[in-house]
Design a binder for this molecule. Structure first.
Ligand SMILES: Cc1cc2nc3c(=O)[nH]c(=O)nc-3n(C[C@H](O)[C@H](O)[C@H](O)COP(=O)(O)OP(=O)(O)OC[C@H]3O[C@@H](n4cnc5c(N)ncnc54)[C@H](O)[C@@H]3O)c2cc1C
Length: 387
């Protein structure tokens, strides 16, 4: 396996970094304070390919390789957590399932508005009573009525729901008690009976809108099923495997941003007659952060590389997500520590980065769920070991 970026990937990384430095980073505090994304920047992302990462070429997609996608997500995370999360959800959760399982008619219907620069895509799995245990807990149901499906229930914590033209929704369509009871459906956000509640008031990622949804007799045509009827749970697991690489990359970006702020500050601030960067306790935090960010980045790239090779990447994606999100938390915590009181103030970005990164060990599968996924795979691998 060769982890060195090729020329195109390095150029792409540079281009995205330059864009993020100019269009996102200087506005990240404002996005956080106002709770609004900077649409001027999101509109420009289409031309660059940042909002078309998971769209088919026929609809203006760039069809990037998986490592280039992680490079973009890291740069977005380094610049603005809120924008990065909404763009990650748009690409990985909103567009990717439609690219993968959408019929030509579904793609032609939804990609133009998903990619028009005025909307972002969304995926609704979680419900008020269930997030980790979707199989046992999802209650939102679609019942067949003539040529339509009629949906009733509620979804919770859905990123971009209020700015999406369509939401892919995981629904119970069967009652056998197994994983084939679920289907994914494309629901028009203007459908009568669908209520998108006001954005949640969150600890961080305040510019990325998160909504509760209620479905009261929402009628969708039979052709709204994405993929096979009964295939929704397996599609969800595959979508999450993919999304975890993106959240891992975004978390590496958040960690990198906190790290850079911490090192800059440590070189300027003096205590006991010298810059605090010359005190060993601070140097150890810097060394640990440099080491752990690099390790997390390599795991993210490995998962992306396996995906690109068409190989099984489920365990690698869980490892990358777990490592990167926990590293981001530690690095952001220590970046505040290095800043002392100023780290606790809104004057410095580390306070915002700390709040933003906190979601990453929860969304798209908590750290506990990643450990379950990894342990199950490892235990299965030992089936082949001699007793
Ligand atoms: C800002 C934000 C954006 C989000 N965006 C989306 C979105 O776009 N679409 C979407 O569908 N969802 C979204 N979510 C929801 C998110 O994916 C869920 O919150 C997450 O999957 C965890 O589910 P839960 O909150 O119901 O926690 P629970 O499943 O109730 O878990 C609570 C705790 O119990 C632990 N736990 C559960 N089961 C086990 C077990 N078997 N062993 C050990 N520990 C366990 C968990 O790890 C966790 O610590 C978002 C959430 C937030 C906060």
């Amino acid at each position: 396996m060769d982890f060195e970026l090729n020329h195109e990937q390095k150029m792409w990384q540079r281009t995205v970094r330059d864009f993020c430095e100019a269009e996102l980073k200087p506005f990240a505090a404002e996005v956080d304070e106002t709770g609004s994304l900077r649409w001027e920047a999101i509109r420009k992302m289409r031309d660059l390919g940042l909002t078309t990462l998971e769209a088919p070429e026929a609809h203006g997609g760039f069809e990037m390789d998986a490592i280039s996608v992680t490079l973009a997500m890291e740069e977005l995370g380094r610049a603005c957590g809120s924008t990065a999360l909404s763009v990650a959800a748009h690409n990985g959760l909103g567009c990717s399932p439609i690219k993968r399982w959408g019929t030509p008619e579904q793609q032609a219907k939804w990609f133009p508005s998903l990619l028009d620069g005025a909307h972002l895509g969304a995926l609704a799995l979680t419900e008020p009573q269930a997030g980790s245990d979707l199989l046992g807990g999802v209650q939102t149901r679609a019942a067949r009525d003539g040529d339509d499906w009629v949906i009733n229930g509620a979804k919770a914590w859905i990123t971009n729901a209020g700015i999406a033209p369509v939401i892919t929704v995981l629904l119970r369509t069967g009652s056998s008690g197994g994983s084939h009871d679920f289907s994914m459906m494309l629901v028009d956000t203007t459908a009568p009976g669908l209520t998108i509640h006001p954005p949640e008031k969150k600890m961080g990622l305040k510019g990325s809108p998160t909504h509760m949804l209620s479905f009261e007799d929402v009628r969708v045509p039979a052709g709204s099923i994405l993929g096979e009827e009964g295939g929704g749970f397996h599609q969800t697991m595959q979508t999450l495997d993919n999304g975890r690489i993106g959240i891992g990359a975004l978390s590496v970006g958040l960690a990198q941003a906190a790290f850079e702020e911490g090192v800059k500050y440590a070189r300027q601030r003096h205590a006991f007659g010298k810059p605090i960067s010359e005190h060993q306790a601070i140097q150890w935090m810097i060394a640990d952060a440099a080491l752990e960010i690099e390790a997390a980045r390599l795991l993210v790239h490995k998962a992306a590389w396996l995906k690109e090779q068409g190989r099984d990447f489920g365990k690698a994606a869980a490892m990358a997500k777990l490592m990167a999100t926990e590293v981001a938390e530690k690095v952001a915590r220590n970046a505040i520590q290095i800043h002392g009181s100023y780290g606790y103030s809104r004057e410095y970005p580390v306070e915002r980065i700390y709040r933003d990164q906190r979601l990453m060990t929860i969304g798209e599968g908590t750290s506990e769920i990643q450990r379950m996924v990894i342990a199950r795979r490892v235990l299965r691998e030992f089936d082949h070991y001699p007793a």
